[in-house]
Design a protein around this ligand. Structure first.
Ligand code: SF4
Ligand code: FES
Length: 748
């Protein structure tokens, strides 16, 4: 749009023809009060608070819904505007309870702030005020709907961003109420954003209720590490504790939204299960000791177990939530000691068959795709902020096809949902590949493939789309044909000029790869390390019972006759059983470090609070450990030096020579796809109580169809692998899809 000039309060400013006046005043730093306007939501123009005087217009105009045009002259401060603002303010306060002293929004309330600046100190209104009975809308959001000013931001958020119309207006005039449509309350994975958009104290954070006044807290910018996006947040702290987490704007990452997981996980930080003191095991009994004693014990233990030429008897395993710097230091320690047994891929059954697929599309570019093919994923729960970008694309007209083992609750229109057995995933991709390939004969594995209709139409859409993406999700990681699936996707993408997005691993897994936290030449992968029963293991924030694909094997490996160093932020029974030394480390928001997101963007953060009691940032522990081990090259003054070394190291990616094979028939038994609750993917989440009380956190089902149930000889109401069985014909054949809830803090 062309640049034009308009005049605001006597000053000439440039604007884009057609843009709303309020965006121009915001850009120019001119204060215009508002309630219903939100830069990321549609315009409602219902509160009338943003009235300004436009020369030539008979009445004041709403800045949020008035487009600018050349030569427009606007006044935002004259007597006419002030009188209008005062009148609107008085009108909005007619039914507001004015209970600021007991309202959690006090100090960050737009109504309070605007009333102070634009309102009057007296009212003509002496009648009784209306009272609205509250609904319980779940464990995350507290409602005080008497305070609601009907701005409809929460309603528009649900319709436009969350994708679920959960809140709406009922009644008219005096009886107008904003309330949830369903008794079961709010179920969106992004629901906490309603708290941020509500300009008054009608929707506030339930876990934070009555905890503190907002002005008592400090806000430290940070990065949430629960997914591949690395949403920008503020960790709000008081007396050394994180008391609340809110969104920080970053249009290239999370815009202005964050997932509930990122918002409420901080609750876990103060759980009683935190590991607070270094401990060593002497004659089978745990003893709390000073850090120097614990570290010396660690070094002695490693030396006792592993003589000079046996470094390959040591293995290092790390959780995907570690920081880039922690991954980097731990792999450097191992490599300096002479071991290449290093891995972070703990939940993959067959690492020989593990996925390698690069992502080559940016988060912001996802919004402008015109076609997307999702393979093996429920992105709404796995990667809520990526799903949000896909939803934006669909709202703008994009088509999405899905290949999954069962239908999921997408919050946007799906063009076709292809429900197929896991063993058919590679087959359908081969069919798509055959349909798009120009030189069919070049690929042996396609010679016996004939494309079904659905594969042909997916292929056609990929061929005709201008901006398409193929997304590989986490349900594929343990598919026996995972490598072939990834390779076929890569091949189809090349042939159709599509981008690829690999969301099969999450948290800070991209940082782990960047830090080279993978086995080197001759080194063992995670599964091989467990099978080899090494003499010593260093575990970085790992919880064997929950983090490994095969926890039984892990417990066997960490059993007797091995020396296990556990660096953990939380304690649990299994860690106590299998470790020889427990070193307490900082959790989220308690350490500096970096997250690498799906765009490859390295986002560094400082500690918002100190680690509790005697726990310490893992990077500092690793550095001291390296010094005690007398290893060279660990003279770092702060974590930023480690960051730049990690980012700038010369990493060589080996070419993947593994062949593609497509087996069209089930040659084995039943595939189990195990998906952790989105609120149990890491140890901090597993201790965040409010999230576990949500509908999403409660899902605990082993879904299968009747024929599978018969083969497994299980029935509805019984349990399969400890999870209640749900028999539904919507699940593909020969497949069990397990959504596993997690008991809070690990207690059953
Ligand atoms: S609850 Fe808050 S966001 Fe929703 S309409 Fe009322 S004031 Fe607006
Ligand atoms: S902000 Fe413009 S009418 Fe509400």
């Amino acid at each position: 749009m062309a640049d034009i000039e308009i005049e605001i309060d006597g000053n000439v400013v440039t604007a884009q023809a057609g843009e709303m006046l309020i965006s121009v005043t915001d850009r120019e730093g001119i204060s215009v009060p508002r309630f219903c306007y939100h830069k990321k939501l549609s315009v409602a123009a219902s509160c009338r608070m943003c009235l300004v005087d436009v020369e030539g217009a008979p009445k004041p105009q709403t800045a949020c819904s008035t487009p600018v045009n050349e030569g427009m002259k606007v006044h935002t401060q004259n007597a006419k505007v002030k009188a209008s603002q005062k009148a609107v303010m008085e009108f909005l306060l007619v039914n507001h309870p004015l209970d600021c002293p007991i309202c959690d929004q006090g100090g960050e309330c737009e109504l309070q702030d605007v009333a102070m600046t634009y309102g009057s100190d007296m009212s003509y209104f002496s009648e009784g005020k209306r009272v609205v009975v509250d609904n319980d809308i779940g464990p995350l959001i507290h409602t005080d709907m008497t305070r609601c000013i009907h701005c409809t931001r929460c309603v528009r958020f649900g319709n436009e961003i969350g994708g679920i119309a959960e809140m709406g207006g009922t009644g008219r005039g005096e009886d107008l109420k904003i309330e949830p449509f369903l008794q079961e309350g709010i179920t969106s994975e992004l629901s906490g954003n309603m708290i941020d958009v509500c300009p008054v104290g009608a929707l506030t954070s339930k876990p934070f209720r009555y905890a503190l006044r907002t002005w008592q807290m400090n806000a430290t910018p940070s990065i949430a590490r629960h997914d591949l996006v690395g949403s920008n947040v503020f960790a709000q702290t008081y007396k050394g504790k994180v008391r609340r987490v809110v969104a920080k704007d970053n249009d290239n990452v999370n815009e202005t939204w964050i997932s509930d997981r990122d918002r409420f996980s901080y609750e876990g930080l103060s759980h009683e299960n935190r590991l607070l003191k270094p401990q060593i095991k002497l004659n089978g009994k745990w003893k709390e000791v000073q850090w120097n004693e614990a570290l010396e014990f660690t070094v002695r233990g490693l030396a006792n177990q592993v003589s000079d030429n046996q470094a390959n008897e040591i293995g290092a395993l790390a959780s995907n939530t570690a920081t880039l710097e922690e991954f980097y230091l731990l792999q450097k320690i191992l490599r300096e000691m002479g071991s290449e047994n290093i891995d972070h891929r703990l939940d993959i059954k067959d690492l020989e068959n593990s996925i390698t697929l690069d992502s080559n599309i940016k988060l912001t570019e996802l919004e402008s795709i015109d076609y997307g093919l999702i393979i093996g994923s429920n992105p709404r729960l796995e990667q809520p902020m990526i799903n949000h970008r896909l939803r934006k694309a669909v709202l703008a007209g994009a088509d999405i096809d899905v290949v999954n083992v069962m239908p999921f609750d997408f919050n946007y229109r799906i063009n076709s949902e292809n429900i197929i057995s896991p063993y058919q995933t590679a087959t359908i991709l081969a069919e798509i590949s055959k349909s798009v390939l120009k030189s069919v004969h070049a690929k042996n594995y396609l010679s016996n493939v004939s494309a079904r209709d659905s594969a042909q139409s997916i292929a056609n859409r990929l061929l005709t789309a201008d901006n398409s993406v193929i997304i590989l999700g986490e349900h594929i990681i343990n598919n026996p044909q995972a490598i072939s699936i990834a390779k076929l996707i890569s091949e189809i993408a090349q042939q159709t000029n599509s981008a690829t997005l690999n969301i099969s691993a999450t948290s800070n897994s991209i940082a782990a790869e960047m830090a080279n936290f993978v086995p080197g030449q001759g080194g063992l992968d995670a599964n091989a390390m467990l099978a080899a029963k090494l003499k010593a293991y260093i575990l970085l924030d790992i919880y064997p019972e929950y983090d490994f694909h095969n926890s039984v094997k892990a417990l066997e490996a960490f059993g007797n006759n091995t020396f296990v160093v556990s660096m953990n932020s939380f304690k649990d029974k299994v860690i106590s059983q299998c470790s020889d030394v427990m070193l307490p480390i900082a959790s989220f928001y308690e350490t500096s470090g970096s997250h690498v997101n799906i765009d490859g963007k390295v986002q560094s953060f400082a500690a918002a609070v100190s680690a509790p009691s005697e726990s310490k940032p893992a990077w500092k522990v690793l550095k001291v450990l390296a010094d005690l081990l007398k290893l060279q090259g660990f003279h770092y003054e702060d974590s930023t030096q480690i960051t730049s070394e990690a980012v700038n190291q010369n990493r060589q990616k080996a070419t993947d020579e593994r062949p593609v094979s497509v087996i069209a028939e089930a040659k084995r038994g039943i595939d189990v796809i195990y998906q952790k609750s989105p609120y149990a993917t890491d140890v901090l989440l597993r201790h965040a109580s409010a999230l576990h009380a949500t509908k999403i956190g409660q899902v605990h089902l082993a879904s299968m169809n009747k024929s599978t149930a018969e083969k497994l000889q299980v029935e509805r109401g019984k349990k399969y692998l400890g999870v209640p069985v749900m028999v539904t014909e919507s699940v593909a054949n020969d497949c069990v899809f397990i959504n596993a809830r997690h008991p809070i803090g690990g207690k059953s």
